[in-house]
Design a protein around this ligand. Structure first.
Ligand SMILES: Cc1cc2nc3c(=O)[nH]c(=O)nc-3n(C[C@H](O)[C@H](O)[C@H](O)COP(=O)(O)O)c2cc1C
Length: 327
């Protein structure tokens, strides 16, 4: 299976992942203008009626950017992320908005819905699905997805626990379509490593939190800059699903990041803990990030960061080509 035409002319093989609350039109537009696929979760548009306006704003801005004379690289397409789960009552309506507006790429999480995939294919869009293990990958392939996103150990948000090398190799044996690798990829050399390992694209989330375009507080942005991999805590305590959080943000709500209590398994997806003092909410009060925070040393605009990634990627390509040639 080949790479969909819309994804063949990116500046770098990077899909900027959807970030709850943080990814809104300004961030997505800048990512696409920088030649990288930008994305946002449909749920970030609140109320739901805002989704159509966001898609129109992004589409129109990118269309006029694409016709600017003298562009060095093409404007990349954008994606909308759908959390396809019983806990999301908006998914049908949000998908209808995306289909009506022919959103170039859909990224689904939790469930890959065959009817949605067919609808997206009818207008020529592409449909990728994120998974954390081989069982979920098999189900998504059966449903007919165009591409798989492997969310491996160290990723921001609801991360998996598998080594990227292990999961990528196993999935490659059963799927010859596009594969996106995720988990603590924050540098251009990390992107090249994903490609060298057999992926077609890298998925980067945490890196974009340290941009002025991300909708996060200054304190969150600074905490990303000030944290390293050892500060990240993997727990299901806050949302019922295991994810990676900044230890310093856990301390900031009065909890010991090294003594996070065990969660009652019956309380899955219950966001409001009765036994915590202030009903701590993940994303709002306790902040997520992946282990790739350690190489983020400053806040940079999306454009500056894309230039840096470009430089790092090509420097790594030269270095690895030299090593390979001398082997
Ligand atoms: C703050 C934050 C919010 C996220 N929100 C979402 C989301 O709404 N939907 C989703 O599919 N993934 C979400 N993710 C996960 C990312 O899409 C992606 O899998 C992850 O960021 C990749 O790993 P990295 O952060 O190490 O680059 C989120 C991640 C972070 C850090």
């Amino acid at each position: 299976m080949s790479i969909p035409a819309s994804l063949q002319h990116l500046r770098l093989p990077i899909i900027c992942s959807p970030l709850f609350i943080a990814s809104q039109p300004r961030l997505v537009i800048e990512q696409c203008k920088a030649g990288l696929v930008g994305s946002f979760p449909a749920l970030n548009a609140r109320p739901a009626t805002q989704l159509a306006d966001w898609i129109d704003e992004i589409s129109e801005t990118l269309a006029s950017a694409a016709s600017e004379p003298g562009r060095e690289y093409p404007v990349a397409p954008f994606a909308v992320n759908q959390i396809d789960h019983a806990s999301n009552p908006r998914v049908d309506e949000d998908m209808k908005v995306c289909v009506d507006r022919k959103v170039p790429m859909i990224i689904s999480s939790l469930r890959a819905h065959k009817e949605f995939i067919d609808e997206v294919h009818r207008y020529g869009g592409v449909y990728f699905h994120d998974v954390i293990n081989i069982r979920h990958a098999r189900k998504a392939i059966e449903a007919g997805v165009d591409g798989l996103i492997l969310v491996c150990a160290g990723a921001g948000g609801h991360a998996g626990t598998m080594s990227p090398f292990a999961l990528l190799s196993e999935v490659r044996e059963i799927f010859d379509g596009p594969i996106v690798l995720a988990g603590a990829i924050s540098t251009g050399s990390g992107v090249l490593a994903a490609i060298a390992a057999g992926a077609d694209f890298a998925y980067m989330g945490t890196r974009w939190l340290a941009t002025p375009e991300a909708v996060v507080s200054d304190a969150y942005r600074q905490m990303i800059v000030d944290s390293a991999a050892a500060d990240i805590r993997y727990t299901d305590y806050f949302s019922g699903v295991s994810g990676n959080y900044l230890g310093k943000s856990i301390a900031a709500v009065g909890m010991d990041p090294d003594q996070i209590p065990k969660r009652d398994p019956d309380k899955r997806l219950d966001m409001s803990e009765k036994d915590t003092k202030a009903k701590i909410k993940p994303w709002r009060d306790v902040w997520s990030a992946g282990q790739g925070v350690g190489t983020i040393h400053s806040v940079q605009t999306v454009r500056e960061m894309a230039d840096q990634l470009d430089h790092e990627y090509h420097a790594a390509a030269v270095r690895t080509a030299r090593i390979a040639a001398s082997a």
